[in-house]
Design a protein around this ligand. Structure first.
Ligand SMILES: Cc1ncc(COP(=O)(O)O)c(C=O)c1O
Length: 419
């Protein structure tokens, strides 16, 4: 840590004062030999594990063959195979195309470029509590000031924020009513005819693992279709089996025009994608999309291996089993503790929102203290939320029940101890 402090920019923080030596199967082993239970998956990335044998073999074979040629110079098969897999697996049976990038933020930016090129319009709508990344355009799309935006403006123009759906806090349990409120704001303040894209996380991630009320997403998607607005699902965090569906949009049968994926796509290697309707994806001129490393061959080999693992090992079903186990543990804590305002989430993307006893006032201190106590007992757990009062649980889908139970024993004890 002393070397980190003197070598690494202070703006790059760390959750735990621990340096990883090895990781897989829901365990991170640090350089001192401590074994930590992983309920973070590197922020929802290593869904198939952090050293999955299929991923390791595919990466090893590819790195020995060639590391890089640049797909825009001399293309290679892996990129095309990942595009084919994405076109096959993402919601909807229409004709699709994909383009590959490096990070979630870069893919979100490209989805906006594609929507603007296709519609000839400028405006982009995003939602309260949204998180879409840390580049300049995606910072404009991200809601929360600290730590993400503070001192880093000015931000890109033509990004508009409207109310989303947060049933625990806004009390609107009818998703169509929440959508009508957002649509009214859009029509009055922006005008559908100026709007290129509506970009939404089907379950909001950094904003607090917020599931919209049922009917919210279908109503927005229908309005977009009727208004010629590109409906973009940001499934960077929710995608690839995390929520107990391959993609979170599937739960309500929503078919996005464009879907953005990253994180869980490639077993820990940096890869992201925009996949969507062939006609929309063909909006930009040839050469308009790309980047030196986008769809790097090693990352593509990892993605093909990760996708094969998700399908072969039934990880969508496994995410649902994790939901059953973890929700039972969390509701058992909640039954005895009125500081847990809500237990929520889907699949292996679960959370508790912490509040002051007897009300709904956010309690970020409690979230921080429980996380710290868990860390000191060797459980990696993350916080999130606009109010910083949400503990979130994102175990790898390959973790076993025994480790999950051990971890939630620690978390239950932390709630008992911290008053
Ligand atoms: C929904 C969502 N979109 C975009 C991003 C940005 O992805 P990246 O950090 O890979 O740029 C994230 C990252 O947490 C995310 O959760």
């Amino acid at each position: 840590m002393a070397r980190k402090t003197s070598a690494v920019a202070g703006g790059v923080g760390t959750t735990m004062p621990v340096f990883a030596a090895r990781a897989d199967g829901g365990i991170v082993v640090d350089v001192d030999g401590n074994h930590l239970i992983d309920l973070g998956s590197g922020i929802a990335v290593t869904s198939v594990g952090a050293a999955n044998p299929r991923v390791v073999a595919a990466v090893t074979e590819q790195v020995a063959a060639f590391t890089h040629t640049c797909f825009m110079v001399t293309p290679y098969d892996g990129y095309v195979a990942v595009a084919e897999a994405l076109n096959r697996l993402t919601p909807g049976d229409h004709d699709k195309r994909s383009a590959l990038f490096n990070s979630g933020a870069e893919a979100v930016e490209n989805a906006v470029k594609i929507a603007r090129a296709w519609t000839g319009r400028d405006a982009v709508v995003v939602f309260d509590h949204a998180y879409h990344g840390r580049t300049n355009l995606t910072l404009a799309m991200t809601a929360k000031n600290k730590p993400y935006k503070h001192t880093f403006g000015p931000f890109a123009p033509e990004v508009y924020r409207v109310a989303g759906s947060y049933p625990y806090r806004d009390g609107v349990v009818d998703g169509t009513a929440a959508a009508a409120r957002a649509i009214d704001q859009i029509e009055k303040q922006i005008g559908a005819e100026n709007l290129a894209a509506l970009v939404i996380e089907p379950v909001q991630g950094e904003g607090g693992f917020i599931e919209p009320a049922p009917g919210f997403l279908p109503a927005l998607a229908a309005w977009c279709r009727a208004s010629g607005v590109v409906f973009v699902a940001d499934e960077v965090q929710t995608g690839f089996a995390r929520t107990g569906d391959l993609f979170a949009c599937e739960r309500e049968g929503v078919v996005p025009d464009l879907i953005v994926t990253a994180k869980g796509i490639a077993g820990g290697l940096p890869l992201s994608a925009v996949t969507g309707r062939a006609e929309i994806m063909s909006g930009p001129h040839e050469g308009g999309l790309g980047g030196t490393y986008g769809g790097n061959p090693i990352a593509c080999a990892a993605a093909l291996a990760a996708i094969e693992t998700i399908e072969a090992e039934g990880l969508v079903e496994r995410a649902r089993e994790i939901e059953t186990l973890v929700k039972a543990r969390l509701t058992a804590i909640q039954d005895k503790d009125d500081r847990i305002g809500e237990v929520r989430g889907r699949g292996a993307m679960l959370a508790v929102e912490l509040v002051r006893p007897g009300g709904a006032e956010p309690d970020p201190r409690l979230a921080r203290d429980v996380a710290k106590a868990a860390h000191s007992q060797g459980v990696i757990v993350l916080t999130c939320g606009t109010y910083g009062n949400v503990l979130r649980f994102l175990p790898p889908l390959t973790i076993g029940d025994a480790l999950l139970n051990d971890a939630f024993d620690v978390i239950a004890a932390a709630f008992e101890e911290i008053r």
